[in-house]
Ligand binder design. Structure first.
Ligand SMILES: [Zn+2]
Length: 240
């Protein structure tokens, strides 16, 4: 597996592309990016049961590292997002786009893991779960496997070594151009969109029934505009 740095950078890149496609899981940008970064690291949650049993690798790269899991994450993620939204905010294509980007973030983890040299058997992952429980791997290894203990008590401290530092650097250098491209794409895509004029009746305030347009008070209603008053004053001056 690459270390969380490559997965997190990929999650950030996907959040940028999602932004260009108008897919935001929350209003705050930093929180939206955090969700995509978490999703891009989600399959490694399979360290947890093994970790609790004292042997972190025990269930690693099982079903959470599969196309089926990415699909289910997209589906349930979109359902969760859908039911959280106000009925008036729900858009017909929002569910699909949201599911695609959530699924994509999880899928990116599996793709990066596939492109990693796997040092511990069984090599590869349960790619086609739930239809096939065999482990699959590919031969293109851009990322190197981190060195770590398979004992819970020393698992985290064993990650801190010079070899893993070099891996982090390599991951950063491979992923930086991808993040840069996603950022440029988001800027260009947003730039080409024309800002739509605001329809005041379509704002959240109006939908909640809080928008009241009251008529002008009588004493102001019959008054001329400031420009007209200024013009009239100027004319008066000339006439004098
Ligand atoms: Zn993984």
């Amino acid at each position: 597996m690459p270390l969380p740095i490559a997965h997190s950078m990929m999650g950030y890149a996907i959040a940028e592309v999602a932004e260009a496609a108008n897919v935001r899981l929350t209003n705050k940008k930093w929180f939206n990016v955090s969700i995509f970064v978490t999703l891009a690291n989600l399959p490694d949650i399979d360290f947890l049961p093994g970790f609790l049993l004292g042997e972190p690798n025990r269930y690693h790269q099982w079903f959470t590292h599969s196309l089926g899991f990415a699909f289910l994450a997209g589906l349930f993620g979109a359902l969760f997002y859908w039911q959280r939204q106000n009925q008036t905010d729900r858009q017909a294509d929002g569910f699909g786009r949201c599911g695609v980007f959530i699924g994509l973030a999880v899928l990116s983890h599996i793709m990066l893991d596939l492109l990693t040299w796997d040092a511990t058997p069984p090599k590869g992952m349960m790619l086609f779960w739930p239809f096939d429980k065999k482990h699959y791997d590919v031969r293109w290894d851009f990322f190197l496997s981190s060195r770590r203990d398979n004992v819970s008590t020393t698992f985290f401290s064993s990650l801190l070594n010079w070899y893993n530092f070099k891996i982090v650097l390599r991951e950063f250098l491979i992923m930086a151009p991808i993040v840069g491209l996603a950022k440029v794409f988001e800027r260009l895509w947003k730039g080409r969109k024309q800002p739509r004029p605001l329809d005041i009746k379509n704002t959240q305030v109006a939908r909640l029934g809080l928008l009241r347009v009251s008529p002008l008070p009588v004493e102001l209603a019959n008054r001329r505009s400031l420009t007209a008053l200024a013009e009239a004053a100027e004319q008066d001056e000339h006439e004098q």
